[in-house]
Design a protein around this ligand. Structure first.
Ligand SMILES: [Zn+2]
Length: 230
C-alpha cells in the first residue's frame, strides 16, 4: 500500500537526515576515535544522501513524524485495537470555526484552520492533516462543495483520516481528485512542487466510481465513463 511505502520512505529520510546531523559534528577530533579512515567517508556520503533526499521531498521529517514515532500510550489502548474499517463519508468540508458558527457556537480564531467534514447527516468530523487529508486544509477548491471521502476513524479519536477524495456535482458526477505532474506523470496528494521535477503540479479530477467494497449509499450519481485511466 502506498501509505506504507510513503511512511517508510519518510522514516528513512528522517533517519538519514538525523544521521548526517550526528555525523557532521562527528568530524570533530575525539568523537572519531575508531576507524579514522572510513568514518569520515561515511559521514560525507551520508551528508550527500540526505541533502539529495531533502531536496527531492519537501519537509520529509515533518511528514513522517506524526505517525512514525512510537507513541507513548497506555498499554493495550490502541495497539490492541482492530484495523479501522474504511468507509465512505459524504458532505462538505469547512473550517471548524465556520462549521461551529452555523450551529451557534462561537469559537476563537485558533480553530480557524482546522478542516472539518460536515456530513450529510450533520455530524462534524475534524480531518487529520495527514498525507491525504492535508489537501482539505491547503486547497480552497476542495472546501464548501459536495465531496465524498473514503477514509476511516480510529477508535477513541474524533479525526477522519482520508484515503481518497471525490468531488461530486450535478454536471460531472463523481470525480476523483489528486494533483498531477504532466511532465513526470505522477500523482501527488498535497500542494507542493513536483516531487520529481520540482515543477508545478495541477489539480486533477477524473471521472470515478466507488470501489466495490463500498455500496452506493449516498445517492450521488456516478459518472458513466468511470474507468478512464487518467
Ligand atoms: Zn514532475
Amino acid at each position: 500500500m502506498s501509505t506504507v511505502r510513503r511512511k517508510s520512505l519518510g522514516i528513512g529520510l528522517a533517519l538519514s537526515s538525523g544521521l548526517s546531523l550526528l555525523l557532521i559534528p562527528a568530524g570533530v577530533p575525539g568523537l572519531m576515535a575508531v576507524g579514522d579512515d572510513t568514518a569520515p567517508k561515511t559521514a560525507a556520503s551520508e551528508t550527500v544522501t540526505s541533502k539529495t533526499a531533502a531536496s527531492q521531498t519537501a519537509a520529509p521529517a515533518k511528514d513522517a513524524s506524526p505517525e512514525s514515532k512510537p507513541a507513548r500510550r497506555e498499554p493495550g489502548s490502541e495497539s490492541a485495537a482492530p484495523e479501522p474499517v474504511k468507509q465512505l463519508f459524504a458532505g462538505r468540508v469547512l473550517f471548524a470555526q465556520q462549521a461551529l458558527k452555523a450551529r451557534g457556537i462561537q469559537v476563537a480564531d485558533e480553530m480557524k484552520s482546522q478542516a472539518v467534514l460536515v456530513t450529510d447527516s450533520g455530524e462534524i468530523l475534524p480531518i487529520a492533516a495527514d498525507w491525504r487529508g492535508r489537501a482539505f486544509f491547503q486547497d480552497e477548491r476542495l472546501r464548501n462543495r459536495t465531496v465524498e471521502v473514503i477514509g476511516y476513524r480510529r477508535s477513541g479519536l474524533p479525526y477522519l483520516q482520508v484515503l481518497t477524495i471525490y468531488v461530486v456535482d450535478e454536471k460531472d458526477g463523481r470525480q476523483e481528485m489528486d494533483y498531477w505532474c504532466d511532465i513526470c506523470s505522477i500523482p501527488m496528494y498535497e500542494i507542493k512542487e513536483c516531487e520529481c521535477c520540482q515543477g508545478p503540479i495541477r489539480f486533477r479530477l477524473r471521472p470515478a466510481k466507488l470501489p466495490d467494497f463500498l455500496s452506493e449509499k449516498t445517492g450521488s450519481k456516478p459518472t458513466p465513463s468511470a474507468n478512464a485511466a487518467q
